[in-house]
Design a protein around this ligand. Sequence first.
Ligand code: 0YR
Ligand code: MG
Length: 371
Amino acid sequence: MQIKSVDPFILHPPVNADSISDSTHTVTHWGVVGARITTDDGFQGYGFTGTHAHLPSDRLIAACIAECYAPLLLGEDARDGARLWWKLANFPALRWVGRAGISHLGLAAIDIALWDLRAKAAGLPLWKLLGGASKEKLEAYNTDIGWLSIPKHDLVEKSLHAIEHDGFRRLKLKVGHDDPMIDIDRLEAVRQAVGTTITIAIDANGKWDLPTCKRFCARAAGLDIYWFEEPMWFDDLGSHAALARASAIPLALGEQLYSADAFNSFIEAGAVHYVQPDVTRLAGITEYIRVAETALSHRLPVVAHIGDMGQVHVHLSYWHPATPMLEYIPWIKDCFVEPIRVKDGFYARPEMPGAGSTPTEAAISAYAQKC
Ligand code: 0YR
Ligand code: MG
């Protein structure tokens, strides 16, 4: 399986609504920025990272794939995934300019493509290549009903529809207004409408500070919040450790952490309860596995963040024994040969060989941008 070519691609499919907002940003499209790796025996592996579909920065990732990583991969054996990850992650000139950010997102795309290749060559879905499924059914929790751009009345309607029509039992709502009492009011309305049996998690996308979070958590105490995700600035370990001590609401984070080392710090400090690695940010599946295994060895649940909108993470979640559920945002699924599928609140298990990362010809012709 000698690597013959490494080609970048950029797709910009639209999100489900005209636009959606969380506490930090508004998006109209999702960026699928990836690598296609071809081998001499005719296999093609695809991997990608997820972005806000900002073409200038997407092109930086594509250039990193084509100009920095491709020359290091040509002629290599695609079966040597672990060795190649180390080679790319530790190439001195690249490590000098980026152990996070653009180069890391590019490495994620390449690592996923290499796993996709190996799974296709083995004739197995990724979860099977990794060692088999740890569960019969994987529950989905719905994030797509809870954007900050949705007014309170619609938030209640959408929550009820997701439960009664689509069979979800778990929801996640965005929070993070300048006045946190607006968020309390929205949460109270949803909790009252859905009753006590539905799980409600919340996500501030890093917006607030420690005093705001303490005040918010005291007011939210009766609402049975399943977890509070990214309450404060992503790298602020001390404040998360302090909030974990001050509040009974469990903390979730990880979608902005770039390395196993960063997760280690949060886990060792008792600053995270639900560990949320993301292959699209963590330089791929190889580093994700390190994080998930560390979390399991600390007996913490692993609930991936889905920068890939679930295509790869559904495999990892079916496989990893510490994963009880997976986020659901259905923006880009129809771009893929085997789209993620949720029925009655549970993910269908993918069965095609590969990592679920192969885009369709139709998606490429509809959404491709010039690299
Ligand atoms: C919107 N999921 C998140 C969405 C997501 C973002 O860009 O993808 O809110 O990163 O926090 O839990
Ligand atoms: Mg989040």
